[in-house]
Design a protein around this ligand. Sequence first.
Ligand code: FE2
Ligand code: FE2
Length: 256
Amino acid sequence: MQPTTTGQNRTGAATAEEGVRAMLEANERWAPAEPIDTTLADSERSLYVIEADSVGSIPPPVTIHGMLKSGFDKLVGERPEVLMDKIGERLAFERSGTRLYDALIVKYETLVEGGEMPELPMPLDAGAADVASTLERIRAEEHEHFLLLSEVMTSLGGDPTAQTPCADVTGVASMGLMQVVTDPRTTFAQALNAMLIAELTDNAGWELLITLAEEAGETDIAEKFQRAKAEEEEHLVIVNTWFTALVTAPFATVAA
Ligand SMILES: [Fe+2]
Ligand SMILES: [Fe+2]
């Protein structure tokens, strides 16, 4: 893999002085005197917002058992669909998280084999674990989170294989993360930057789910979610420690 170094980057205006001068001259002569009016484009966009359907729908509970369960009883009348939608979202994100770590592990192993991977510091509370086993552990935890959510979804009478609206939206939003990590050209630090976005979202996502579960009176479920949240907090510290170390290291231009 080629390291990130200074090269023939010509994307900036400073590399084409003459062109910039011509552009400024043209701007001087033909630019509209008033700021461009985007009212028409804005109202067109508004029209689409008003007329559009929603992104999918939340499936109704699939089992009577789920609906009659005491937990679900408490939810009825308190917008249970919000909790189901958000569990569906988290489920999709944890599944993608597992795949993200799969891709990150491949990148890491390849760089280690090629002698291109600088040493990464382990956060103090990570004990004696090395980077490879820590990556495997985090990957396994993301997978466990996915399984936990599938189980909770089923216990509430939902279908864990259904794509809820928020699952769809979060899938679209996180597409770029997978592209960054699987891009063969990205450095480990660039991939970690994408993982940082994922882990920050993980943390906020579990926090919201805990609030929703508590509000619904689902204390057992909220407790399980708390344990996942504690793991996410650790993931965030580890990813951020590695990312910061790579970017601030003296070898940053080569390895990061
Ligand atoms: Fe997770
Ligand atoms: Fe995580």
